[in-house]
Design a protein around this ligand. Structure first.
Ligand code: SF4
Length: 77
């Protein structure tokens, strides 16, 4: 299971994430500022979201990976 956290306050709207992963990221204008918009916070697969995370100059994107160990979900980073 993959969960993506996005810190909108930290985002400077550079567009790197959308360039690297247009399937799940886009840039939108909000109140005169450009911000990233995450389309799916819990995608079935990581896909290009790792590239989006790696490209972010302000570390506004964090990926959480989980696995089920027979009794509970365990977070791996
Ligand atoms: S790469 Fe980071 S700073 Fe740039 S638009 Fe995406 S989330 Fe915002």
């Amino acid at each position: 299971m993959v969960k993506i956290e996005y810190n909108k306050e930290a985002c400077i709207g550079c567009g790197a994430c959308a360039a690297q992963c247009p399937d799940n990221w886009e840039i939108v204008e909000e109140e005169g500022q450009y911000k990233a918009k995450l389309k799916n916070k819990e995608p079935a697969e990581l896909g290009c979201n790792q590239d989006a995370t790696d490209s972010c100059p302000v570390n506004a994107i964090k990926i959480l990976k989980w696995f089920f160990n027979t009794t509970k979900f365990v977070l791996i980073i």
